[in-house]
Design a protein around this ligand. Structure first.
Ligand code: FAD
Length: 403
C-alpha cells in the first residue's frame, strides 16, 4: 500500500505547516481548561475559520470556508496541528452538534442567523435535553411549551446542562403536544439564555468544578419562529443532534491530542531515576492504547468517507460514542497512574500535569454517561446495529431512548 500523499495533499500540508509557523504562537494551550473560552481562544478560532482550518466544509453563505468534504484534507490538517501541538480550534455543543443539525434540518433564516456566529466562537450554546425524570428515556421530557399567539411560553426544568452558566443560547427539547404519544409530542426550540424567566443554578461535579447546571423556566416567552422543523417533530431533530453528539464525544482527533500528551508525560516522568517510558508495564499499556487510537482514526476516516458518499454507516457509526469515551477514559487512567502520588493534593484550580491527569480522569467518567450512557449505547448497538431482540418491556425505554 502506498501511503505517500499526492501533490494536492502535499501542497495543503505545506500550506498548513507554513500557517502554523507564522501564527502558531497565537494558539491557546492544547486541551486547555473546559471553561468559558477567553479572548485568545476566540481570536484563534476566527483565524482558523478564515483560513479554512475550522468549519472548512460549512458553506460560505453561512460564514464557513465552503470547501467540498474531503476526508484526506481533513486528516492532513488535523495531523499538521497535532504534530505541532497547536490547538485545532473550538469543539463544543454549538459547533459540533447544533451547526450540523441546522445545516441538515434548519431553515435558511436559522442557518444565516446562527451558523456564522457559532463557528467563529461568538455564540455559545447549551443542550437542554435531560430532566430530573428523563435521561435515558429522553422522549419522556415534561418541560412544556404552550403556544400563545406567535410565542411559545416555556415552563419546566432541565438538569445536567453543561455550560449553561456561560452559554448565550440553548437548543431545547420540550413538550408542545401533550395529547400526542410521547415521541410525537415534542418540539425543538432555539432560545436565548438571556430571556426573562430563566434561572441557572450551577452543579459541582466530582472534578470539584461547576461544569453543569440546573436550568429552571418560568413563563419564558420564545418567538414561535424559533422552532426547528415543526411542532411534534422535535424527536426527529433531537436525534439528528444526538447523531452528531456521538461523533463529537468519540472524536479520534481528540484522542490523538490526548495520546501525544500521554507520550510526553511518560517521557518526562521518572520513578527511582528511570523514565516511565523505559518501564515495560507503562510502555505496554501505552502501545496498546496507541494501536487503538490509530484504529479509531482509521475508523473515523472510513465514516467520513461514507458520510461524504451519502452512505449510512449503520453499526459502524453506532460504536463511536461507546468505544471512544471508554478509550479516552483508559488514557486518562494511565496518566493518573503515571503522575502517582503527585496527584493526591488535587486542587481543581491548578493547571499542572498531575491535576490535569486527575481532572481528565474524573471528567471522562462523566463522558461515559453524558450523551447517552454506555449501557444505553450497548443496547442501541445490539438492537439497532446488530438486530438483536429488544429488551423485555418491563425495562425503561432503551433504544427508543437517548440513543
Ligand atoms: C458530564 C455530563 C454532562 C452532561 N451534559 C448534559 C447536557 O449538556 N445536556 C443534557 O441535556 N444532558 C447532559 N447530561 C445528562 C446525560 O445525558 C444523562 O445523565 C444521561 O443521558 C443518563 O441519564 P440519567 O442521568 O437520567 O440516568 P438514568 O437514565 O436514570 O440511568 C441511570 C442508570 O440506569 C441505566 N439505564 C437506564 N435505562 C436503561 C436501560 N433501558 N437499559 C440498561 N441500562 C439502563 C443507565 O445506563 C444508568 O447507568 C450530562 C451528563 C454528564 C454526566
Amino acid at each position: 500500500m502506498d501511503l505517500t500523499l499526492s501533490g494536492k495533499y502535499e501542497a495543503l500540508q505545506a500550506e498548513v505547516r507554513a500557517f502554523i509557523r507564522e501564527h502558531g504562537h497565537k494558539s491557546p494551550k492544547v486541551g486547555g481548561p473546559r471553561r468559558d473560552p477567553d479572548q485568545k481562544t476566540r481570536d484563534w478560532q476566527k483565524l482558523l475559520v478564515e483560513h479554512g482550518y475550522a468549519a472548512r466544509t460549512v458553506p460560505r453563505e453561512y460564514g464557513g470556508f465552503g470547501a467540498q468534504p474531503d476526508v484526506l484534507e481533513a486528516a492532513v490538517i488535523a495531523d499538521a496541528f497535532a504534530e505541532a501541538n497547536v490547538s485545532q480550534g473550538l469543539a463544543n455543543q454549538g459547533i459540533s452538534m447544533l451547526v450540523p443539525t441546522l445545516l441538515e434540518v434548519g431553515t435558511e433564516e436559522q442557518r444565516r442567523a446562527y451558523v456564522g456566529p457559532t463557528i467563529r466562537g461568538d455564540m455559545f450554546w447549551c443542550q437542554g435535553y435531560s430532566e430530573p425524570g428523563s435521561g435515558s428515556d429522553l422522549a419522556s421530557v415534561q418541560t412544556r411549551a404552550v403556544l400563545d399567539g406567535d410565542e411559545f411560553v416555556v415552563n419546566g426544568q432541565k438538569i445536567w446542562t453543561s455550560s449553561a452558566h456561560f452559554a448565550d443560547m440553548m437548543f431545547l427539547l420540550c413538550r408542545t403536544e401533550p395529547e400526542m404519544p410521547k415521541h410525537a409530542g415534542l418540539s425543538y426550540i432555539l432560545l436565548s439564555m438571556k430571556t426573562p424567566g430563566i434561572e441557572v443554578r450551577p452543579l459541582t461535579t466530582m472534578t470539584g468544578r461547576a461544569e453543569f447546571n440546573e436550568v429552571f423556566f418560568t413563563d419564558v416567552r420564545v418567538p414561535a419562529s424559533q422552532i426547528v422543523m415543526s411542532r411534534g417533530q422535535g424527536w426527529h431533530v433531537a436525534n439528528v443532534t444526538l447523531k452528531y453528539e456521538r461523533l463529537y464525544l468519540g472524536d479520534a482527533n481528540k484522542m490523538s491530542v490526548r495520546l501525544r500528551k500521554l507520550v510526553d508525560l511518560l517521557q518526562t516522568t521518572e520513578i527511582d531515576g528511570e523514565k516511565l517510558m523505559a518501564l515495560p508495564e507503562y510502555r505496554d499499556r501505552l502501545l496498546r492504547i496507541q494501536g487503538e487510537v490509530m484504529a479509531w482514526r482509521a475508523h473515523q476516516l472510513r465514516l467520513r468517507t461514507e458520510q461524504a458518499d451519502g452512505v449510512d454507516s449503520g453499526v459502524k457509526r453506532l460504536i463511536v460514542k461507546y468505544g471512544g469515551t471508554m478509550l479516552l477514559w483508559r488514557m486518562s487512567a494511565l496518566a493518573v497512574d503515571a503522575v502517582g502520588a503527585a496527584g493526591l493534593p488535587y486542587d481543581p484550580s491548578e493547571t499542572d500535569d498531575a491535576t490535569a491527569a486527575n481532572l481528565d480522569y474524573m471528567f471522562d467518567i462523566g463522558m461515559i454517561i453524558g450523551g447517552g450512557s454506555s449501557n444505553i449505547q450497548k443496547n442501541v448497538i445490539g438492537e439497532r446495529g446488530l438486530g438483536l431482540p429488544r429488551e423485555p418491556k418491563t425495562q425503561p425505554a432503551a433504544a427508543g431512548g437517548r440513543a
